[in-house]
Design a protein around this ligand. Structure first.
Ligand SMILES: Cc1cc2nc3c(=O)[nH]c(=O)nc-3n(C[C@H](O)[C@H](O)[C@H](O)COP(=O)(O)O)c2cc1C
Length: 501
């Protein structure tokens, strides 16, 4: 098997796997869908295809990414770490020794070469092409998500632009508030690459295409924090093992995925005054305030026959976007380790909305090492926007929040082990006094010692291996029914391994 080739193959897979419910009742995209989806997501429920959204002839798909299992189905893997492994193999390529390694190396290089998007002559996204006065966004079941939202918002778009200076493509996921039949706002935030393309436009129009209803991996790729010069469509091709097929737009000089359900072609005019976008019930759990953003004018609306409209609701975590974020956390770990090799693992808690908190475990080798890692993270791509960092030792399971809390409680002297800094913050962070800039908190919860100015560090309590093995062997004799009763968790096992070295 391979990851699904388009949205319809994805829907068929979800249906076969019992992961999709078709809702036949008429449901209103104005707030009602949100309440249904919020309950479904928080219960770990299925993807939903609303077949009769009120006021539209197009079905609305939502919650396609809402569980770890569906995320793994999307990538056709057992665990999201398997996707990371594929990336790690390429990132860690060394000059090959011997014939076998050379052949293996060539295969890896070929997998990169095969990832390049491929332009084809035609595609189903042009089954229906509407231009000029025929463009009407009102035909789509676009959701108004929360009561304070002033209008419907397109929430799951892949926004395609090109850097006017060097022609490199960018694909980003930026919400779009509907203004009228043929225009929306374009919410590319301060630190985002689509905005950089727009700002690099000297004057006049920058062409913009918006693809809706893609295969799940390409859709995910739009949300991935790749460096600006890397094409998200190539990344998607690398992850699926299949080049993304593109067709030329009809009214602008850009290309779009041939199998998209819906495409909006258009432009943002550098010379047009900004409008007031928002407020919007955001993934922070609060409304982002209204702010000035540019207007996107739609010159063509192109559709597959019977096009399906995809949507997502963000809000107080956990929401569906949690799993898009977790995919990024896992997939980008090898790239993070390339920059900061002492990092063993990291976790961005969903409740921390991905920019508020990172827990990171490190192979600590010298005094001040935890602080070195904090500052490295505060200098690394989109992770630089992280507000708080907790650093733990390599044997601590960063995904076990009880365990992390234990380390913070047990190992931290707040006067000595807290690093306060200042730096750039997420566009949506409402807590700092100034927008975009504010305080950073680092907590060093690693073991320390006299080299870092503490008393002798006490020994951590760990049972001897032979006693554990004895109890494992005899467990059934004791008649105690507490599940597998494996004793300590991942961290205990990891610490014992390290002590044995
Ligand atoms: C569901 C969802 C909605 C998002 N909405 C926005 C948004 O409105 N504006 C924005 O700048 N980033 C938004 N993001 C985050 C960006 O998609 C993400 O930072 C991405 O890496 C941006 O691409 P870029 O690095 O090419 O700019 C959203 C992410 C998700 C998963």
């Amino acid at each position: 098997m391979a990851p699904p080739a388009d949205l319809r193959a994805w829907l068929a897979l979800l249906e076969r796997e019992g992961e999709l419910v078709r809702v036949t009742a008429e449901v209103d995209p104005d707030l009602e869908v949100t309440e249904i989806v919020d309950r479904t997501v928080k219960a770990g429920g299925p993807a939903l295809l609303f077949e009769h959204p009120k006021g539209s002839g197009h079905p609305l798909l939502i919650n396609q990414f809402g569980t770890e299992r569906r995320m793994c189905l999307a990538f056709d893997v057992q665990s999201l770490d398997d996707v990371a492994k594929k990336l790690e193999d390429v990132l860690e390529m060394q000059p090959p020794q011997g014939l076998v390694e050379k052949v293996r190396g060539l295969k890896k290089l070929k997998s990169i070469a095969d990832s390049l998007p491929k332009t084809v002559r035609s595609g189903p996204v042009h089954d229906v092409v509407l231009t000029g006065d025929d463009v009407d966004l009102g035909v789509l079941p676009i959701q108004r998500c929360w009561p304070g939202d002033p209008a419907p918002f397109i929430t799951l778009p892949a926004v395609i632009t090109k850097d006017p200076r060097d022609g490199t493509r960018n694909v980003g996921m930026y919400r779009m508030q509907v203004r009228d039949r043929a225009s929306t706002f374009m919410h590319w935030q301060l630190h985002k690459d689509g905005r950089a393309d727009w700002l690099a436009t000297e004057e006049g129009r920058i062409p913009v295409a918006v693809a809706l209803g893609l295969d799940p991996v390409t859709c995910y790729a739009a949300s991935a924090p790749l460096p600006k010069h890397l094409d998200e469509l190539m990344f998607a091709g690398f992850l699926t093992g299949r080049p993304v097929e593109l067709v030329k737009c009809r009214t602008i000089d850009l290309e779009v995925p041939a199998n998209a359900e819906i495409v909006l072609e258009g432009y943002v005019d550098k010379d047009e005054p900004l409008g007031t976008e928002g407020p919007f019930g955001d993934h922070t759990g609060y409304y982002s305030p209204a702010e000035p953003f540019p207007v996107f004018h739609v010159t063509a609306l192109t559709l597959r026959r019977d096009a399906i409209y995809p949507s997502i609701v963000v809000g107080k975590p956990p929401a569906e976007d949690a799993w898009l974020g977790k995919a990024t956390e896992r997939i980008f770990l090898p790239a993070v380790r390339q920059m900061v090799p002492e990092i063993v693992d990291y976790d961005l808690p969903v409740a921390g909305a991905f920019h508020n908190c990172v827990i990171v475990s490190i192979r600590k080798r010298f005094p001040g090492h935890a602080r070195k890692v904090m500052h490295a993270i505060w200098g690394l791509g989109m992770l630089s926007l992280t507000k708080s960092i907790v650093v733990v030792d390599e044997w601590v399971d960063v995904h076990d929040y009880e365990e992390v809390f234990f380390r913070v409680g047990a190992n931290v002297d707040p006067k000595r082990d807290v690093e306060l800094a200042e730096g750039p913050l997420d566009h949506l962070d409402h807590a700092p006094t100034l927008q975009f800039l504010g305080g950073k908190l680092g907590i060093d919860a690693t073991h320390k010692g006299p080299a870092e100015g503490t008393r002798e560090w006490p020994e951590e309590i760990v049972m001897r291996d032979d006693i554990r093995e004895l109890v494992d062997r005899r467990w059934h004799e004791y008649g105690i029914d507490v599940g597998s009763a494996s004793g300590d968790g991942h961290s205990g096992r990891r610490l014992r391994q390290l002590l044995r070295r």
